[in-house]
Design a protein around this ligand. Structure first.
Ligand SMILES: [Zn+2]
Length: 399
């Protein structure tokens, strides 16, 4: 059977699997293919099979969008780590309303860890009325301007492996607002960060103002690197890996990625957003699954009792312990999340990382990793007398 005699539907399905470059070259091979490629279905199919984007098959938009936007920028879709001094952050690029939109996924207001992330648009890649490609900066909606994007593969530090990076830069440093605007913007930003900022010490407030200034500065030119989202585990784990929002006492809420190491016996949580003490990219805590435990209410009454428990590898596996253990916040422990369950699914000995400001003298201190359910866990920092609570990010962020 000849290629040309295949039904059009079959050819369209085959063509939609071609790489962007082949797809564009094919339309210039012969009249037959050029005509076939005029069909919207081919382009709608290619947008869907290659990028998971559903477009309507009318008016030739799919072809234009594929050739001018997805062909070059389709690879940007997905999640990125923001590099902003110690603070890090999360960027999501997705298709929305005939554009590729990049959203900075901001944490909810402290201490509401079960609330949704707050997406704030950073830039969009779209076709204007003349079908010309436009990369619009949305950081300052009052002063519309363009930004540039650079994309490639490189090592972010001399010792790290090569990974995909993306750099976005405002054109012409047009961001300069007058002082009153900056001041108002900062006050609004501070209000959105925490329920506690008003009552906290001047020190916390000063730290937040410093963070605002750093983020404002890095917004003019920001580097991002590809975020690899962990696969769902097929083996038995106390909780599936993924992104969580956690409480870090006066430092506010932060995003972390929970992952298991290859031998499944070790779990670690890496900061996606960080603070002046432990920056983004560093481990916030780790735990060993063989060090599972079952504590009575009495043993959890205060931190002195908990401190006296020597970490030890358990004789039985964590899932062989009773599945519903009592959980009590020790009396002498600081805890802001006011809905801590009174039972947990599993509890493990682990280590949390602490450091002086500027990530000086980092050290691991003892703690307990406590899994409540599939979406909620805690980490008890024994020497800090604090309990951090973590809630799973519920939004569908990956395809
Ligand atoms: Zn800009």
């Amino acid at each position: 059977m000849e290629l040309f005699s295949l039904p059009h539907e079959v050819l369209e399905a085959i063509i939609s699997l071609l790489t962007p470059l082949d797809l564009i070259s094919l339309s210039s091979t012969c009249k037959f293919f050029r005509e076939l490629m005029l069909s919207d279905k081919v382009w709608v199919g290619a947008c869907y099979t290659q990028f998971g984007i559903k477009l309507s098959a009318t008016g030739g938009f799919a072809e234009k969008f594929y050739k001018k936007v997805l062909h070059k920028y389709g690879e940007f879709l997905g999640l990125w780590n923001r590099h902003a001094d110690c603070y890090g952050g999360l960027l999501q690029i997705k298709y929305l309303d005939e554009k590729l939109c990049a959203f900075d996924l901001q944490l909810p207001k402290d201490p509401h860890i079960s609330n949704s992330l707050r997406p704030q648009i950073v830039f969009s890649i779209e076709l204007d009325e003349q079908d010309t490609l436009s990369i619009a900066c949305c950081i300052n909606p009052l002063k519309k301007h363009q930004c540039t994007l650079h994309y490639g593969k490189r090592a972010l530090t001399p010792s790290s492996p090569q990974s995909f990076y993306l750099t976005r830069q405002c054109v012409n440093g047009i961001e300069n607002a007058d002082h009153q605007d900056i001041f108002d913007d900062m006050e609004n930003w501070l209000d959105e960060q925490s329920d506690y900022l008003g009552e906290n010490s001047a020190y916390s407030r000063r730290q937040m103002i410093y963070k605002y200034m750093v983020l404002r500065q890095t917004a003019l030119k920001t580097h991002y690197s590809r975020l690899v989202f962990p696969q769902r585990c097929n083996f038995r784990v106390p909780i599936q890996p993924g992104l969580f929002k956690g409480t870090y006492s006066s430092l506010g809420l932060e995003l972390i990625m929970l992952t298991y190491e290859e031998d499944v016996n070790k779990v670690k949580a890496i900061k996606i957003s960080g603070d002046q003490n432990i920056p983004a990219g560093q481990i916030t805590f780790r735990a060993d699954l063989p060090f599972c435990m079952h504590l009575s209410q009495r043993e959890q009454e205060n931190l002195e009792n908990i401190e006296s428990i020597q970490p030890a590898s358990s004789d039985v596996e964590w899932h062989e312990l009773p599945p519903l253990q009592p959980f009590v916040v020790p009396q002498d422990c600081v805890e802001r999340h006011n809905q801590v369950p009174n039972s947990c699914k599993a509890r493990f000995h682990g280590f949390g990382q602490i450091a002086e400001e500027g990530f000086r003298e980092p050290t691991f201190v003892e703690g307990h990793w406590i899994v409540f359910n599939e979406d909620l866990f805690g980490f008890l920092w024994i020497s800090l007398r604090a309990l951090s609570m973590y809630h799973r990010v519920q939004e569908q962020l990956t395809n």
